[in-house]
Design a protein around this ligand. Sequence first.
Ligand SMILES: *[C@@H]1O[C@H](CO)[C@@H](O)[C@H](O)[C@H]1NC(C)=O
Ligand SMILES: *[C@@H]1O[C@H](CO)[C@@H](O)[C@H](O)[C@H]1NC(C)=O
Length: 186
Amino acid sequence: MESPFFLLTVLLLLSSSAAVESKPGASNDLVRSSCVNASYPSLCFRTLSSYSGPANTPRDLAQAAVKVSLSRARKVSTFLRTRVTGKGKRERVALSDCVEQISESMEELSKTLRELKHLRGETFGFQMSNAQTWVSAALTNEDTCLDGFEGVDGNVKSDVKRKITNVAKVTSNALYMINRLNETHS
Ligand SMILES: *[C@@H]1O[C@H](CO)[C@@H](O)[C@H](O)[C@H]1NC(C)=O
Ligand SMILES: *[C@@H]1O[C@H](CO)[C@@H](O)[C@H](O)[C@H]1NC(C)=O
């Protein structure tokens, strides 16, 4: 026969661990409803629900989405730099163009993040329009990088394509989150 005290302890432990587990889920409803119409909903949900910073408002989510995009672009950039000494000439050219395009993309995403961190009521519309312009430009740079590999044979091509495609998808989701922030504001 277990003592009532033991049972109570077990119950308390169970309920406190449940509380801890459900805590990140608190904002999951917002993430889910915000991602449902994104360009890549499941990728959106996966990246934003595992995001470690605040994710409680459309503004948080727009910032988080841009941060995710920036961090993936940064990783890809490091990868590209280590592969730029590829064998074929066309592959080398495509890679070094890509390094430049991704670095521009990173600059545009950084500018966007700064803008989103300093949003003010009286300049909101102008700032949103800047953010939209810069994220679109970042996306264009990523697409241009991908196009550069058309007709290139080489063993890094499929790796690069996969990684850049992923960056372009999270960037496209970031653009969606910015549009959403703009819509929920008005
Ligand atoms: C998603 O899109 C559908 C169809 O356009 C619309 O009815 C719904 O309200 C949208 N949901 C959100 C959360 O944006
Ligand atoms: C933001 O929303 C307003 C009002 O709906 C719209 O006029 C404007 O074009 C939008 N701006 C951007 C950058 O989407």
